[in-house]
Write a protein that binds this ligand. Structure first.
Ligand SMILES: Nc1ncnc2c1ncn2[C@@H]1O[C@H](COP(=O)(O)OP(=O)(O)OP(=O)(O)O)[C@@H](O)[C@H]1O
Length: 250
């Protein structure tokens, strides 16, 4: 089980990029709070700032305004080295392209970020078992299916026992059946282990696994709604599209 944690809090985050004479306002004043044991999906059109927000929460980019506080720690107050250490111990990060090392087995990819401890082998066994990868532990990524590769990436993100998992389009490269399987694993991490998840997705049938959907538009918070546990992609898609079209603004 992860350590008891405080919520993740991103307050009024601003981020601009410069490209020649052009200034791109990727995030204007975006705020997001996530409680322990909460699964939040971040949705929005392409370019609305979803990935930038996730990178800001992970401390992978400097922000121009606002602050990110994780487990009571303001990320801006950490040195680069301390931030790397903090990120490793508190956050698990999963991207669409899973970034597994091709020369290592599934098991060794999972082991890579972990510090060597007495219990590490047992923890790896538990994760392999939980993510139904035990039979594939000695395979290299090229010999694994897309869903298996993504589950290895999730296991690698969990090996340091982070309380918060950040996932950017984790099912983006998967077919719908495999994508649903990955979502089910994410949901279990919240329900069974009280971890918190922030997941960026375009897809209502992926967002429906979350407890709450936060919608960004042009680098701003546009709206948010709870999924009410209804897990119904059609009604979620309808509410999402109405929100984007301005028919429902909360
Ligand atoms: N490194 C960068 N340099 C310049 N502009 C950037 C950079 N990263 C993002 N942007 C711009 O910031 C805005 C927000 O980008 P971001 O990737 O956060 O959007 P997104 O909602 O995740 O989009 P998508 O769904 O297409 O992945 C976009 O206009 C994008 O072009």
């Amino acid at each position: 089980m992860p350590d008891p944690i405080l919520p993740l809090q991103a307050d009024q985050i601003g981020k601009t990029y410069r490209q020649g004479a052009t200034t791109i306002h990727a995030l204007r004043h975006v705020s997001l709070t996530v409680e322990q044991g909460e699964f939040v999906a971040v949705m929005g059109a392409s370019g609305s700032g979803k990935s930038t927000l996730l990178h800001a929460i992970a401390g992978l980019i400097d922000v121009d305004a606002g602050r990110v506080v994780i487990a009571g720690q303001d990320l801006s107050l950490l040195t680069d080295r301390a931030l790397t250490k903090f990120r490793r111990s508190r956050l698990g990060i999963v991207f669409q392209s899973h970034n597994l090392l091709p020369s290592l087995s599934a098991e060794d990819n999972i082991r890579l970020p972990a510090e060597s401890t007495e219990n590490l082998d047992q923890e790896i066994d538990d994760l392999l078992d939980r993510l139904r990868l035990s039979a594939r532990r000695n395979h290299k990524p090229a010999a694994l299916s897309g869903g298996e590769q993504q589950r290895v990436a999730i296991a690698r993100a969990l090996i340091c026992n982070p309380a918060i998992l950040l996932a950017d389009e984790p099912t983006g490269s998967l077919d719908s059946v495999t994508g649903a399987e990955v979502c089910r694993h994410l949901r279990e991490l919240v329900d069974d282990q009280q971890r918190s998840i922030v997941m960026v997705t375009h897809e209502p049938h992926v967002a429906m696994w979350a407890d709450r959907v936060v919608v960004l538009k042009d680098g701003n918070n546009l709206a948010e709604f709870v999924t009410d546990g209804r897990r119904d992609p059609q009604s979620l898609a309808k509410e999402y599209h109405q929100t984007l079209e301005g028919e429902v603004v909360r």
